[in-house]
Design a protein around this ligand. Structure first.
Ligand SMILES: Cc1cc2nc3c(=O)[nH]c(=O)nc-3n(C[C@H](O)[C@H](O)[C@H](O)COP(=O)(O)OP(=O)(O)OC[C@H]3O[C@@H](n4cnc5c(N)ncnc54)[C@H](O)[C@@H]3O)c2cc1C
Length: 549
């Protein structure tokens, strides 16, 4: 036997969690996919799961994040370049995700929804377990169609390039490329939430009135090598949405001047720029003054991806923790068999069961929404609620999983440290915690009747689960209070957990839905895991389901 060290043999270290089928090992995902009507895709999803679970992709993810992108503002002679160079591993992930269609598979050729949101979500969820930075442009490109749909001419020109599955990272005019990606620029220095305070201005340049010159800045604009950006700027008629390409229609480089890249906590493989627009060419998207309404069509979809991506990160953190606990002995006993560790892992598994079921149920609502007003109402109320809840719990969850691996969890060679640094971003962008809670309140206030119907249907779905009726009553009471804004988080947390219990009722075994409701509806779950009142049997079942041997 090889003895790599002179003083000791290496024993009791868990093997790397690689070369696994990310789909077949995840019973919660399989159940949620079946409940969403996509059980027939199991073989294809399993092939996808095996591919994304490969050791070499895990290694590429490490490389993409250890070699962050570099901004090349000027060339050696002082001419502006304004390009960002990425590590080949990043390009590899872009090519993988685009060939799988994650950036566009939900759209028909005319820009209508293809009804396969849940099917894409299952794939996106597995991808999020491996590499997150590249998913930013994948998400924005997919969501851009929601906003572009309002301008049929622009949509007809751009959608074929958006839908193409042949990633093309070259810096060339979009019409010469095999495929394009689209970013978004809303946030300015003086305000990200309050985009009405935007100072960037837009002036009409063409007689027909849909071509503008834009001057100003954006304080955050991610994935700056996208081929175009949906941007908000102040036109004479008010805040308006625009499509700003990297190249002007005459083939010249457009007036986007990148100032620097953000030095971020996580999300290292992705570039996030500060940018100035100098008379930058752009087409108007939607009417002047309707910018927020137009771009919200995009934001609704990016928020759904934030939910899927956070759930995916939690899933990988859980799988790493369970895998480690099954291979590590402490005091002559496997960690996974120690009663306290088993309760902890089971409580964490329950959280991921919930997040998985909620995300898939929400995506099913997106699929059903075009012909079903009740499902459309669910999408409006539950997207910001799920965005708030799942993205908010992910950082604490990844920390707890890290601790399950002990000291190994804290070092950079492992995947937990990266997940931990990545996790907070989904809660901050695309509407921070308070902002999405206020969005839920606004939607509930604007559409009182539809809101009551959604609440009633959730209670019906969760019928008989402990605490469901009480949580629904609490939400209704909070909604009637004049100071409801101060209690928005409590109302939204209740709504998200109620929707989760209802989703679990429809997809997971009854024992899972019961355990979730007991510990998250009847009792308020604390910030830490492992304190839920789970029986030994429940704990064993949950951990078995969490990582199928
Ligand atoms: C890595 C990264 C990448 C990003 N990429 C992009 C991008 O590509 N394009 C883009 O446009 N933006 C991007 N952003 C910006 C992001 O969307 C904003 O940071 C976010 O919207 C918050 O805006 P802000 O930073 O101005 O904070 P603020 O709007 O100042 O908010 C600060 C805090 O106040 C809270 N708050 C706001 N209003 C209220 C209220 N009425 N009541 C109670 N609390 C409130 C918020 O929840 C938040 O916690 C990115 C951010 C990050 C971190």
């Amino acid at each position: 036997m090889a003895r790599p060290f002179e003083t000791h043999d290496i024993t009791n270290q868990s093997p790397p969690f690689v070369d696994v089928d990310l789909y077949a090992t995840d019973r919660a995902l399989g159940d949620a996919v079946a409940a969403a009507g996509h059980g027939a895709e199991a073989d294809a999803l399993s092939a996808f799961g095996r591919h994304w679970g490969r050791a070499d992709l895990a290694e590429q993810a490490r490389l993409a994040n250890e070699n962050p992108p570099k901004l090349k503002t000027f060339d050696a002679k002082g001419f502006r370049r304004d390009v960002v160079e990425f590590h080949p591993a990043y390009h590899g992930f872009m090519a993988e995700s685009m060939s799988a269609g994650l950036h566009a598979m939900t759209w028909n050729a005319d820009g209508t929804h293809a009804g396969n949101e849940a099917s894409r979500a299952a794939r996106y969820f597995m991808t999020a377990q491996v590499e997150n930075g590249h998913m930013c442009p994948i998400t924005m490109t997919r969501a851009s169609v929601g906003a572009l749909a309002i301008e049929s001419k622009l949509l007809a020109a751009w959608l074929p390039k958006i839908a193409s599955r042949h990633y093309d990272p070259s810096f060339r005019p979009w019409w010469e490329k095999s495929a394009v990606t689209i970013g978004m620029g809303m946030t300015e220095k003086q305000g990200g939430t309050d985009v009405r305070a935007n100072t960037t201005t837009a002036t009409v340049t063409a007689a027909e009135g849909d071509e503008y010159a834009i001057t100003g800045h954006k304080w955050f604009m991610s994935a700056p090598m996208c081929d175009a950006f949906l941007v908000l700027a102040q036109a004479p008629g008010g805040l308006t949405c625009f499509l700003m390409p990297r190249f002007r229609p005459d083939g010249a480089v457009n007036g986007l001047r990148f100032q620097r890249l953000k030095d971020k906590l996580g999300n290292k493989s992705n570039a996030s720029s500060e940018v100035e627009f100098v008379d930058a060419f752009a087409w108007r998207v939607g009417d002047e003054g309707r910018g927020v309404r137009t771009i919200l069509q995009m934001v609704q979809l990016t928020r759904i991806d934030c939910v899927i991506s956070s759930a995916g990160m939690m899933r990988m953190a859980l799988a790493q923790a369970v895998h480690h606990a099954r291979h590590r002995n402490v005091f002559q006993r496997r960690l996974a068999d120690q009663p306290l560790m088993r309760t902890l892992l089971a409580d964490m598994a329950l959280e991921v069961e919930g997040a998985t079921a909620l995300m898939m149920r929400l995506c099913r609502s997106v699929d059903l929404a075009p012909g079903d007003a009740a499902e459309a109402a669910r999408v409006r109320f539950l997207t910001p609620s799920a965005k708030y809840w799942v993205c908010k719990i992910a950082p604490g969850f990844t920390y707890e999983a890290m601790e399950c691996l002990g000291g190994n969890g804290y070092v950079e060679e492992g995947v937990l440290a990266r997940l931990y640094r990545e996790a907070p971003v989904n809660a901050i962008w695309e509407g921070s915690g308070n902002v999405v809670c206020l969005d839920v309140l606004r939607a509930l206030g604007r559409e009182g009747e539809a809101a009551r119907e959604v609440l009633t249907s959730l209670v019906k779905d969760a019928d008989g689960l402990p605490g469901a009726a009480e949580v629904a009553a609490d939400i209704a009471t909070l909604m009637a209070r004049p100071d409801v804004e101060s209690h928005a988080r409590r109302a939204v947390e209740g709504l998200a957990n109620l929707a989760t219990a209802a989703a679990l009722r429809g997809s997971a075994p009854e024992v899972v839905a019961e355990a979730f409701a007991k510990s998250r509806l009847r009792h308020r779950h604390g910030p830490n895991y492992g304190a839920s009142d789970l029986s030994a049997r429940e704990a064993e079942d949950l951990v078995d389901r969490a990582l199928v041997a």
